[in-house]
Design a protein around this ligand. Structure first.
Ligand SMILES: [Zn+2]
Length: 54
């Protein structure tokens, strides 16, 4: 289930407030590279849930 575009535009990384982009079933921070999961179309913008940058 894709994230709605309007929602994607207002989301930001909680660490550095940078915008995120959709990458597969993840949202990736454009600054620090943390990868946030999306569950049932709902982005989980929590540092504890994020995967560290590759
Ligand atoms: Zn970030």
């Amino acid at each position: 289930m894709p994230v709605e575009k309007e929602l994607l535009e207002i989301l930001a990384c909680p660490v550095d407030k940078a915008p995120v982009r959709e990458e597969g079933d993840r949202l990736v921070c454009s600054k620090c590279g943390r990868r946030y999961p999306v569950r049932d179309g709902i982005p989980v913008m929590l540092v504890d849930e994020a995967d560290p940058p590759a």
